[in-house]
Design a protein. Structure first.
Length: 163
């Protein structure tokens, strides 16, 4: 059985990994949040540090998002639902296959429940762009999950690249 402190550290690492897309940064960010007396293992601290660590990548992805057409993103087929064999790892891989800015918008707004105005401030963007990024990210996320086919061999299922 995993104790609460270990579970919190693992959750902070997972959050940092999903935001940054990088294991090396995520370990440092989660460790800093856990040992820092002022942070106290805070998700807010992890979010801030993770976004700061990939600021250049976020800015580049935001530029691509700004010019992207929301309606041209691939969507999940009609009537699709999450496959029975779907795991946490599959969901995380489907998120990691999304570009940095739309992924951050989805993680903040949907998974973390951050308000739009606060997400816009954290992402250093206007609310309309964050809203657009969320729409693109959600469409890509569901398309990534819909593309997954259970495998008989061991190994991750390839997911499409995106913005």
């Amino acid at each position: 059985m995993i104790d609460a402190e270990t579970q919190n550290t693992a959750d902070l690492y997972r959050l940092a990994l999903l935001l940054t897309g990088r294991c090396d940064l995520s370990i440092d960010i989660a460790a800093d949040a856990v040992v820092s007396p002022e942070a106290g293992g805070s998700r807010r601290t992890v979010i801030g540090k993770a976004l700061a660590a990939i600021r250049a990548e976020l800015d580049t992805s935001a530029s691509r998002t700004r010019t992207a057409d929301v309606h041209k993103s691939a969507a999940a087929p009609r009537g699709w639902s999450l496959p029975v064999g779907a795991t946490r790892a599959l969901i995380e891989n489907a998120l990691l296959a999304i570009g940095a800015f739309p992924r951050a918008a989805v993680l903040l707004l949907i998974f973390e429940g951050v308000r739009l105005a606060e997400a816009a401030a954290l992402l250093n963007a206007d609310a309309a762009l964050v809203w657009k990024a969320q729409a693109i990210g959600l469409r890509e996320f569901t398309a990534n999950l819909a593309a997954w086919k259970p495998q008989t061999s061991i190994g991750p299922s390839p997911l499409p690249a995106s913005i």
